[in-house]
Design a protein around this ligand. Structure first.
Ligand code: ATP
Ligand code: MG
Length: 370
C-alpha cells in the first residue's frame, strides 16, 4: 500500500490549543455566514441510540441544532444505530430508543417536513462508502486517533472491535454521504472531523473527480459552540446515558423533582457559580440558568444565602417549566407510534436518495460503472 502523508500529527494537532483557537475563530465566521446565507449550508449531526435522550443532550446539543435549523440550515439528523454495536455485545431495546429519539427531535422543534431524520441501517449506500473510505486510511492512524483511544479507555478491559477502530471512517461516511459542510461538535470530536477531511482529500487525490472543477466531497467544517455546555449527572460526573445518572427528557415533573433532590451539592449555604471549586452546586446553577435564559452568576446571586435546598427548588421549577412544552409534545407523539415511524420512513427515503446519488458519483469517479 502506498504510504499516505502522516496524519498522526495532523490529528494530534487538531487536539492542540492553537488549533482549538483557530477552530473557534473559524466557527464565529461560519456563524456569520450561516446567518447571512443559511441555504448554502447542510449540517449533519446525530446521536447513538444507546439510551434515551436526556437534559445533557438537550442543553448540550439539541437546542443548538434547533437554532441552526430555524436559521434555515438544511438539517440531517442521524440516529446512529450501527454505532451502538461498536462497544457492546447486543443492541438493547434499540427500536424503542430510536422511536423515542425521533419523538424528542420533533418535539424539540425539528420539523420532519424539512429536516431529514434517518438511521444508518436503512441507508445501504451510506454504509457502502465505508469500503473505498477504508482504503484511504491506515490502521496505524486509526489507532492514534485520540477519540478512539479515549473511547477504548472508557470501555475498560474490553478488547477493541474492528467497528470501534474504524468508527471515525464510518463517521466520515455519515458526513460525506450527504456532503454536509457544517458539523456542530464539541472539541473532543475535532480529530474525527479532521479524519473526515483527510478522507475527502485523499479520495480526490487517489480516485479523482466526476466534475473536473470540484472534488466529489467538500471539506466539512466543525462548528464549535461559543460556550461549551457540559451537564453533570446527579452523582457529579458527566451526565451520560450509560451511567444511570440522567434526567431523561421524557421523565415527568415529579420524577425530575425527586432526582434533583438527590443531586450532590456541598455544605456551603452561600450559593456561587464556581464550576471548578463547586461542580455540583455550579451544575445546578447552570441548569437553572439554561432553563431560564439567565446567566449563572445572576441565578447564583438571586439564591445567595438560600442554600442547596432553595437552589434545588429553583432548578426543579425552572427545568420543569422549560421542558413542559417539550414533554407535552413528546407525549402526544409517543401516543402515535405510526406517525413516528412514518417520519423515520420519510427521512430514510430522503437519505437514501441522497446516498444513492453520492455513491453513483463515487463509482463514476472510481470507474466502477458497468
Ligand atoms: P453514552 O453513555 O452512550 O456515551 P451519552 O449520554 O454520553 O451516551 P453521547 O451519545 O455520547 O451521549 O453524546 C452525544 C452528544 O450529546 C455529545 O457529543 C454532546 O454534544 C451531547 N451530550 C451528551 N451528554 C452531554 C452532557 N452531559 N452535557 C452536555 N452535552 C452532552
Ligand atoms: Mg458519551
Amino acid at each position: 500500500m502506498t504510504e499516505f502523508e502522516d496524519t498522526g500529527e495532523a490529528l494530534a494537532l487538531a487536539d492542540s490549543e492553537a488549533s482549538l483557537a483557530r477552530t473557534q475563530r473559524r466557527s464565529r465566521e461560519l456563524e456569520t455566514q450561516i446567518a447571512a446565507r443559511p441555504e448554502q449550508f447542510r449540517m449533519l449531526t446525530g446521536d447513538r441510540p444507546t439510551g434515551l435522550l436526556h437534559i445533557g443532550h438537550y442543553f448540550g446539543s439539541i437546542t443548538n441544532r434547533v437554532r441552526l435549523f430555524d436559521l434555515g440550515v438544511d438539517t440531517f439528523i442521524l440516529i446512529a444505530d450501527y454505532q451502538v454495536i461498536t462497544d457492546r455485545d447486543g443492541v438493547g431495546p434499540i427500536a424503542d430508543r430510536v422511536i423515542n429519539a425521533v419523538a424528542d427531535y420533533v418535539a424539540a422543534g425539528l420539523d420532519p417536513a424539512k429536516a431529514t431524520i434517518f438511521t444508518h441501517s436503512a441507508v445501504p449506500a451510506l454504509n457502502q462508502l465505508m469500503l473505498p473510505f477504508l482504503s484511504l486510511v491506515t490502521e496505524a492512524e486509526l489507532r492514534r486517533n485520540p477519540t478512539v483511544k479515549s473511547e477504548l479507555e472508557a470501555t475498560g478491559d474490553r478488547p477493541m472491535s474492528g467497528l470501534l477502530l474504524t468508527y471515525p471512517v464510518h463517521q466520515a461516511a455519515d458526513i460525506l454521504f450527504c456532503k454536509a459542510n457544517v458539523v456542530p461538535v464539541g472539541k473532543d470530536q475535532l480529530p474525527h472531523l479532521e479524519q473526515t477531511r483527510v478522507v475527502a482529500r485523499r479520495f480526490d487525490e487517489r480516485y479523482g473527480r466526476v466534475d473536473p472543477a470540484r472534488p466529489v466531497f467538500p471539506q466539512a467544517e466543525a462548528l464549535l459552540a461559543e460556550r461549551a455546555v457540559t451537564i453533570l449527572g446527579l452523582d457529579g460526573t458527566k451526565m451520560s446515558k450509560s451511567k444511570g445518572n440522567v434526567i431523561e427528557l421524557g421523565m415527568d415533573a415529579d420524577t425530575t423533582a425527586r432526582l434533583i433532590k438527590k443531586a450532590v451539592t456541598d455544605s456551603d449555604r452561600h450559593i456561587t457559580y464556581d464550576p471548578d471549586a463547586r461542580p455540583g452546586v455550579s451544575n445546578l446553577v447552570n441548569l437553572a440558568a439554561l432553563a431560564t435564559g439567565r446567566t449563572p452568576e445572576d441565578v447564583a446571586a438571586e439564591i445567595g444565602d438560600g442554600g442547596a435546598g432553595t437552589l434545588k427548588k429553583f432548578v426543579t421549577e425552572a427545568l420543569n417549566e422549560r421542558l413542559r412544552p417539550h414533554r407535552e409534545k413528546r407525549a402526544e407523539l409517543m401516543a402515535d407510534p405510526a406517525y413516528l415511524h412514518a417520519v423515520l420512513r420519510q427521512g430514510n427515503e430522503k437519505a437514501n436518495a441522497v446516498a444513492d446519488q453520492t455513491l453513483a458519483e463515487v463509482r463514476t469517479a472510481m470507474q466502477m460503472v458497468y
